[in-house]
Design a protein around this ligand. Structure first.
Ligand SMILES: Nc1nc2c(ncn2[C@@H]2O[C@H](COP(=O)(O)OP(=O)(O)O)[C@@H](O)[C@H]2O)c(=O)[nH]1
Ligand SMILES: [Mg+2]
Length: 316
């Protein structure tokens, strides 16, 4: 049974997120904060738009947010900070669509993709614990057969979260490893299989083709699978993360994103950029290397942490 904080709902996680996002430096502590001390006139809004772009929000989302503020400002019913927070939360809300495990799929298959070092393997460990705390059994497939160390790393996570790991020798065909794992999961009545893959650059055509093959092979096991194709994105890569998301999506078709390393120098604005440029559910966020440094994405909580509020908004 679970006793970890990851199970305790968004509010207990909020403190960690607020403290760690962009190393605790919220928008209020920087130039955006100074701008919000003034009434939101045209000149201030223009400057705010620029500052938002610098915070990784991206051109489209920055324009959307400042337009919202321009409209809202006429009502003058809330402080500039509160208005910004509401606009950000509204923009992010459609992305806050948690991954729901369809119990009719046995096993439910989650394929995890991303560039090297994005945090795939770590997120898989965290995910396994997350779902086990909800009462699902999980099995991990070591589909990153590129390096022996990658297999060992997943095995370590398997031990830590008490999930079986199906592996083959380094160099094995990743599609075959995953196919094996699916058979093993069915034989053992496992609820969820989470499949790791080798990191690949979104620009490497050969490796991107390999993902196609992995998906096809999974589809042979269950025509409705993979049930989730999850791209792990390192949030500290800013706008480049968005480029990766677009290319992975074009090539294999994604159903969700996990944003990792929000505890680093990531400014967090990338979530807003995603909302405008490539709307796609952000299923999970990672704020550290530990198994509990992880939670489902909550728009109000994220907006509050970005802006530097002491607690998430409860009224929306
Ligand atoms: N600070 C921080 N480090 C992370 C996070 N997620 C993963 N890492 C670290 O990033 C590095 C690469 O992670 P890994 O899971 O091996 O990436 P992969 O190559 O995509 O499988 C490891 O040192 C992880 O501990 C996170 O949310 N925050
Ligand atoms: Mg890995």
């Amino acid at each position: 049974m679970a006793t970890d904080s990851a199970q305790e709902g968004p509010s207990s996680f909020f403190g960690k997120l607020r403290q760690r996002l962009n190393k605790g430096k919220s928008w209020l502590s920087g130039n955006i904060g100074s701008l919000l001390e003034h009434p939101l006139d045209d000149a201030t809004l223009e400057e705010l738009e620029e500052q938002l772009i610098l915070a990784d929000v991206g051109v489209e989302a920055a324009a959307w947010v400042t337009d919202e503020l321009r409209k809202r400002n006429k009502a003058k019913d809330a402080s500039p900070t509160q208005q910004l927070r509401t606009a950000v939360a509204n923009l992010l809300e459609p992305l806050a669509e948690p991954l729901v495990i369809d119990r009719g799929k046995q096993p439910f298959i989650i394929l995890v993709l991303g560039v090297n070092g994005a945090g795939k393997t770590t997120s898989i460990g965290k995910l396994a614990q997350h779902f086990q705390q909800q009462g699902f059994s999980t099995l991990l497939a070591a589909g990153d057969t590129f390096r022996a160390a990658a297999v060992e790393q997943l095995q370590e996570w398997g031990k830590r979260v008490n999930a079986p790991v199906i592996t083959q020798a380094p160099g094995a065909d990743p599609a075959a490893v995953i196919f094996d794992a699916l058979g093993a999961a069915r034989a053992r009545d496992i609820d969820i299989v989470i499949a790791d893959t080798a990191g690949r650059l979104h620009t490497a055509a050969g490796l991107m083709d390999e993902l196609d093959k992995i998906k096809r092979v999974i589809g042979r096991f269950d025509a409705s699978a993979p049930h989730e194709t999850l791209l792990v994105l390192d949030a500290s890569q800013g706008q480049n993360a968005l480029v990766q998301a677009r290319q992975f999506h074009a090539k294999v078709g994604l159903t969700g994103l996990a944003l990792t390393k929000l505890d680093g120098s990531a400014k967090g604005g990338i979530a807003l950029a995603i909302a405008k440029a490539m709307p796609m559910p952000i299923r999970f966020i990672g704020v550290g290397e530990g198994v509990d440094d992880f939670n489902v994405f909550d728009a109000d909580e994220f907006a509050a942490a970005l802006i530097g509020a002491d607690e998430p908004d409860t009224q929306s």
